[in-house]
Design a protein around this ligand. Structure first.
Ligand code: SF4
Ligand code: MG
Length: 333
């Protein structure tokens, strides 16, 4: 069966221009060749520190920015090269919830207009049935029908994010890219919004690509998790294996920094040396070698590919090469 979303070797590089003639003097390798798929009714979390390329990846998948290379397919259909009316048709299936519920809602429109706008653009139903649909959507996200008549400023951050979710649901999408959907919200409100997204997934058979830096949130909502570092996926696995036994040294360090240590986690925090290097000139070999506590000769010269080392577990690290060899040599000829 074709996965709902397939991302293949996706790249987004931004040229750096300088001088009188705006010559290209370099590239920012924001997203540098990532591949994964998302199944129907599944949530794939993408985590990493700010600047790792996760939001850029989300935008490129949504076709809000043009990828430099690679393919994005929705239900087997390439969408990265679509524009205009063809992309608008795909937009029904592939929606987005943005990070900031304060800036992503037009302050001059009433909530009913905001939530009903996608329907207006795509659907020729009568005004009356459109209004009914708006009320239905508001109720789905836990807001009263009267909310339709108010303006965004009359709502709290959490309520505004519910409005943003209602708008994303208006056209019955199959997939929603959520870009840090709760990071602008108070911690007390975050769980409510995350749980709402999870309930909606059950109800509507949605898939999510859930981009976030907060590991606890990602662990809660995701089925599988991809960890990004400097434009690359360094580990991709089902969430239980990833959180209970990270394979990549970077994942291990990220998890060790989670404030509430649970018994299954390493109690000692691994403090990485140095800062994340610039994506303009990423380190040669393994991009993590400048900070990796386990780096050895090979890491400085050879880039480790992301490969499956256990069923359903992919990692890009030379330390796990052995596992790969053992696995392939045990395959009966
Ligand atoms: Fe560390 Fe080397 Fe693995 Fe990179 S390949 S994560 S530097 S051990
Ligand atoms: Mg971001």
């Amino acid at each position: 069966e074709t996965p709902l979303l397939e991302v293949e070797n996706l790249k987004k590089h931004f040229p750096i221009r300088k001088g009188l003639f705006s010559q290209v003097v370099g590239q920012v390798y924001a997203v540098d060749g990532i591949s994964f798929s998302v199944a129907s009714n599944e949530t794939l979390g993408i985590v990493g520190e700010s600047g790792c390329g996760k939001s850029t990846a989300g935008k490129a998948i949504l076709n809000l920015i043009k990828p430099t290379d690679g393919q994005v397919r929705l239900e087997g259909q390439r969408i990265d090269n679509l524009s205009g009316a063809k992309m608008r048709a795909v937009r029904k299936q592939l929606q987005v919830v943005f990070q900031d519920p304060y800036s992503s809602l037009n302050p001059r429109l009433r909530v009913g207009e905001i939530v009903g706008e996608p329907i207006l653009n795509f659907d020729s139903r009568s005004r009356h049935s459109r209004e009914e649909r708006v009320v239905e959507l508001l109720e789905k996200v836990g807001l009263p029908a009267e909310a339709a008549k108010k303006y965004p400023y009359e709502f709290s951050g959490g309520q505004r994010q519910r409005i943003g979710i209602a708008r994303a649901l208006a056209l019955d999408p199959k997939m929603i890219v959520c870009d840090e959907p709760v990071s602008a919200l108070d911690v007390s409100v975050q769980a409510q919004v995350v749980n709402l997204l999870m309930d909606l997934q059950q109800d509507l058979k949605l898939s999510y690509l859930f981009v976030a830096h907060d590991l606890a949130v990602v662990e809660h909502i995701s089925h599988r998790v991809a960890v990004m570092y400097l434009g690359k996926i360094v580990e991709l696995s089902d969430k239980h294996s990833l959180f209970s036994g990270p394979l990549h040294p970077y994942t291990e360090a990220l998890l060790s920094a989670v404030p509430q240590p649970s018994p299954r986690r390493k109690p000692d925090r691994i403090v990485l040396k140095g800062d994340v290097p610039s994506p303009i000139n990423p380190p040669k070999g393994c991009r993590f070698h400048t900070r990796c506590p386990y780096a050895f000769d090979r890491c400085y010269v050879e880039e480790p590919p992301l490969r499956e080392v256990q069923p359903g577990r992919q990692v890009a690290c030379h330390l796990h090469d052995e596992t790969e060899e053992t696995k392939s040599s045990s395959v009966p000829l």
